[in-house]
Write a protein that binds this ligand. Sequence first.
Ligand code: 5AD
Length: 352
Amino acid sequence: MNKTLKLIKKLNTTHSLTTDEYQYLIDNKNEKASQLLKKYAVAQREKYYGKSVFVRGLIEISNYCKNDCYYCGIRKSNLNCERYRLSKDEILSCCKEGYELGFRTFVLQGGEDATFTDNFLCDLVSSIKENHPDCAVTLSLGERSYDSFKKLYDSGADRYLLRHETASDEHYALLHPDTLTLKNRKKCLNDLKEIGFQVGCGFMVGSPFQTTSHIAQDLNFIEEFSPHMCGVGPFIPHKDTPFKNYNAGDAELCCYLLSIIRLIKPNILLPATTALGTVKNDGREKGILSGANVIMPNLSPLSVRKKYALYDGKISTGDESAQSLYNLKKSMNSIGYTVVVSRGDINTNIKE
Ligand code: 5AD
């Protein structure tokens, strides 16, 4: 048996490889390897989640951002970005609509908007939990202090998404201005975990200057940090950023990595991202068939959807939430999966 297939079998039983071995798997990606990875990944996912797909209602609460990440469409230097910020009432009504549609997790995502003080956010989170005590609240609002994370947790937030973006300091510096560091990112991730959040890290596939060695370091970081969730989607250029002329990441490589991540942590909550559905028509379905088990449909008001453009061409910016959920349920059914009404917490027990 060749080395690639041997490594895949090893990963499936030990859930661990060295960074060099991860790199070998990526450098030697081929059809046979993809098929085997997919088969193992789907089997591992099924042990914990069966054929269920968890959905999260994504509410994009603000596109103001104090940061200037070179890849991101809502970076502060983008003067073409029409800025908006949702009010508390608007956010609560998105949750109400989402609840009626069957969502039991709300993800509040936004740029690093200084007007989101701890007081505002804590009041918002506790109101959502009061209105919908059976729902989980996930925050995705960037880097904050330990104290701020702690207050948010104490106000009732359950989960926090903060992609590490790249596990290489040198690559991190090529994607961000020097006000942002991987060191602080990692500190935030560790703080979140220590406080008690279910935590998600993640990275973009095919971001500018990314090498297979960088991706291998990402996989090693994921193995070591052992997050509850992991967001991995292709980089997609945005026309008003310094990276406008770079190519989008490859959907197949993204699916290959989703399978590997499933084998690293069999019960991880792993989304088939909107970015994957944007670079490839049936990208999200392919993601699920590669081992993902989460989808994050957009619940933001239609009037702001186009303004929250991290990258160009984002899908379902024009569909009513109800319509896009209906379409999603149908397409999941067509590949043998079922969207369930559930908070969708991480499952630590193998299903009977
Ligand atoms: N392409 C793909 N993903 C992007 N993100 C930001 N900009 C882009 C882009 N151009 C991702 C980042 C961030 C998450 C919210 O969106 O990884 O953490």
